[in-house]
Design a protein around this ligand. Structure first.
Ligand SMILES: [Cu+2]
Length: 144
């Protein structure tokens, strides 16, 4: 493939990736009482599905909490993200942007024994799928 055509394809891919991140959303999960709260549901009842590049923002409303990645006792718990020492300061927030697909557990170390545990499911963002798909490559090849 000629350099000029290759760079054009790279530019198109770059624009598609920018579109993916431009449409990234932030989902707010509240830490209220002894629970994570989202969409009127709490803890493991929460059904939160986001796309790659989206951010979850945990906001402290009431109670003494932290946010730690993984399910309690899971190997590597707290390595993906960790808000640090628990705090009771309302108005505190912690954010994490999910770049890979999968299901991610998280919990509060203060209240894990009473079920302050939840998860988020991350699915591919449509725009980035197009940018990285065989269709995108085929479109580049067709111009050869
Ligand atoms: Cu807590």
């Amino acid at each position: 493939m000629e350099w000029k055509k290759l760079s054009k394809c790279a530019a198109i891919g770059g624009i598609a990736m920018l579109c993916a991140y431009a449409s990234a959303d932030t989902f707010i999960v509240e830490l209220d009482g002894p629970s994570f709260v989202y969409g009127g549901l709490t803890d493991m009842d929460i059904d939160l599905t986001i796309e790659t590049g989206d951010t979850v923002r945990w906001e402290w409303i009431s109670g003494f909490h932290n946010v730690v990645s993984g399910f309690p006792g899971e190997p590597g718990e707290g390595t993906l993200f960790n808000s640090g020492s628990p705090t009771g300061d309302a108005g505190t927030f912690f954010e994490y942007t999910f770049l890979d697909n999968g299901t991610y557990g998280y919990h509060c170390e203060v209240h894990e024994t009473i079920g302050m545990i939840s998860s988020v499911t991350v699915i591919p963002a449509p725009a980035s799928l197009i940018a990285m798909s065989p269709l995108g490559l085929a479109m580049c090849r067709r111009r050869r």
